[in-house]
Design a protein around this ligand. Structure first.
Ligand code: ADP
Ligand code: MG
Length: 283
């Protein structure tokens, strides 16, 4: 097909909903052989719905209300889903020392009382004797003053075009597709399988994601695709960082080289084929 100059290449990318921050990134895209994806908000929609509430010694509504108050200040998609499931009531702020632990959850220290909402790792750190739930989804365990109060199960959905987008990348010559996530192995492997990921690394803390990306960089040229919630440093470290424009955080959009304005992963293969048609105009 017709070769494009660099400005035309950036224009063509814009037409498929992709913002390329500089012509050098189009050139770099031609050399990529490994695509590394974040899971939540990237392969999946990042819109969790509450699917179950398992309360221990209190009403379900009471557990949900407590969890919503603990999660009220968090921007994490899991936190937002719990707050919105509680209702569009104004969540009264928990007064206390609030701490968000990346990849684990929330701790609120009220002096005379400690509130926790988060995953298995958070419960283990605070030595809570919790009951592991087996329902499919992400589990937000809630505890107060060392006492386990129950679990809220939230579930996300795979984006409609994730599987097709990965197939398209492979058809276009990408050799390896990797997924990195802080989520549990069970969820991560199931999602990875469904969409055609070659290698899944799960239960990663934000710094572990950087380590895994650096390992991938030793094997070739790497692009990382993420929403920036807990992964902005990984975006910055990749040869080409691609951020979600819709659900993505401001930090992600800032740290990235390319932004997918529609969050559709199939536009990555589109911009890669535009990059192939783009060449430097020699003057
Ligand atoms: P991902 O890598 O899939 O984008 P994150 O690193 O953002 O996931 O989070 C990893 C895990 O940490 C989540 O699956 C969840 O179990 C837990 N987590 C993180 N933030 C919160 C929060 N605000 N409330 C409850 N759980 C949380
Ligand atoms: Mg994420």
């Amino acid at each position: 097909s017709v070769p494009l100059g660099f400005f035309a290449g950036i224009g063509a990318a814009a037409q498929v909903g992709v913002l390329v921050k500089g012509s050098n990134y189009l050139e770099e895209l031609n050399t990529i052989d490994t695509v590394v994806f974040d899971k939540t908000g990237t392969i999946t929609k990042g819109e969790f719905g509450v699917s179950q509430i398992i309360a221990q010694g209190m009403a379900k509504e009471e557990l949900l209300a407590l969890a919503a108050r603990i999660e009220a200040k968090s921007n994490h998609p899991i936190a937002k889903s719990i707050v919105s499931a509680y209702g569009n009531l104004k969540v009264e702020e928990i007064i206390g020392e609030y701490k968000e632990i990346s990849g684990e959850g929330i701790v609120v220290n009220q002096g005379d009382s400690v509130l926790l909402a988060g995953n298995e790792k958070l419960m283990a750190h605070y030595q809570i004797d919790y009951k592991q739930e087996e329902e499919i989804g992400s589990h937000v365990y809630v505890a107060r003053d060392g006492q386990y109060l129950g679990c809220i199960v939230v579930a996300d959905q795979i984006k409609a075009d994730s599987k097709a987008a990965i197939a398209k990348l492979k058809a276009g010559g990408i050799k390896k597709v990797i997924m990195l996530t802080g989520d549990k192995k069970e969820n991560a492997y199931k999602i990875g399988n469904e969409v055609g990921i070659d290698t899944v690394h799960a239960e990663l803390l934000p710094q572990d994601k950087v380590t895994k990306l650096e390992e991938a960089l030793k094997g070739g040229k790497v692009t990382f695709v993420g929403d920036g919630i807990n992964d902005a440093p990984v975006l910055a470290r990749a040869d080409v960082g691609i951020a979600m424009g819709g659900v993505g955080s401001d930090a992600a959009i800032e740290a990235s080289d390319i932004v997918l304005m529609t969050d559709e992963l199939s536009s990555i293969a589109d911009v890669m084929s535009i990059a192939k048609r783009t060449r430097k105009i020699v003057t």
